[in-house]
Design a protein around this ligand. Sequence first.
Ligand code: ADP
Ligand code: MG
Ligand code: MG
Length: 438
Amino acid sequence: MATEAILQRLITNPERLKDLVDKAKDVALQSGMVIRTKEKPNSSEVVTYYPFSLFPTPVPKAAFLQALAVQTHFNTLVDKISQDPDFLEEALASTIQADDFTAKLFDIYRHVQQEGRTQPIVVGLLRSDYMLDQGECRTSSLKQIEINTISVAGFGVIDRVPEVHRYVLRSVGLLGESECVPDNNVTPKMCAALVKTWELYGQKNAKNNFLSLCRNIPVIRRKFEDVSRRGSLDDDKKLFVCAWDARLMMERSLAVKLPDIGTQLAGTKKVQQVLSKPGVLEKFFPDQPRVVERIRATFAGLYTLDMGLEGDKTVEMALAAPDQFVLKPQREGGGNNIYGSDICQVLQQVKESTERTAYILMDKIQPTPVQNYMLRRDFPLQISNCDSELGVFGVYVRQGKDTVMNECVGHLLRTKSSEVSEGGLTTGICVVDSPLLL
Ligand code: ADP
Ligand code: MG
Ligand code: MG
């Protein structure tokens, strides 16, 4: 690989490396890849470059295209699940007994179901994440890590990353490679979905609660606490006191939610595990075996921890080979999963009780590490063995039964040191990257 040869040369030439890194940071800043600092998280006066990898990471083109191609099917699947109370009830029955957070979300879902939906417009903005499994047989296969229906970070700066990586490749003479870094146009396409939603809502003075990049839609930003403090429904005299009440109030309201509560529940790890069971995808796509096949091809092994024989088998399997699995609770945003010997510790504690049903077990994906420099403020510049995770963004808009938009709108490559088990974008552990399509 040409980039590998360049890397080896840079490793032995610190001056040349520093010069390249400084220029790359300049280009990043000029192109708008900026972020506030952790010391002054609320200051607009102090910003730094958004953490990024010096080089793009080779990704097989076929796997990249496969991930893009399957996205609209995942959009459809999530949207169908969100409208299927029987499925959600059954899929999450054991989880809500053990996990208070999911139980509270489910209470809100039930409440809205019983009361009846007030708003027929639905907008979804998803990110399906993948890693390349290159374990035993050394062939790359694309495996889904999870699908995010909430906590979908990453747009905004990522559209600028290709520019920086093309600059770096050109600077080291890799002109051909610089053309193998695909464009990304996530932000305008996501905004288009929000604009569409706003138009369907049909109220010129309705506030779009998210972004106002397109056509000057007025935007207000509120935390859940603010909503609970200041908001109220027209016909409701109740005083709202906590974030859960605020969430219920928003769900009951006419506002178009992103995501609505059913869509959030469709993105739980438990639903992901249930979808991998034989026959479940077929229920959602009864006459579309090709769609089922394409979705299923991206599934890694997922195992139930429900009480009963099957769950007992999962416990046994995990205890026997903990390094081959990841134990996942129903949480978002990184840093919650359990690995290696910790899996044994947790499972020993919960294996006899319904507490274990708060988790699912998943095969651990084994990517082949790739060397790169991760440029992060306050971290020394050093070559690292890295793993990457490819995210694909999907958006859809539905009004009643009519799907008005269903698109794949771009990608996000995140890269972290192979030595750490995980790193969310907002945790400062990983950097943004670009695929170098081979
Ligand atoms: P979250 O919703 O918190 O992002 P994820 O399921 O995406 O939860 O897990 C967080 C991180 O853990 C991922 O970004 C990835 O780095 C790592 N991870 C999760 N599942 C696996 C897996 N099956 N194999 C390898 N790494 C994984
Ligand atoms: Mg997630
Ligand atoms: Mg994730």
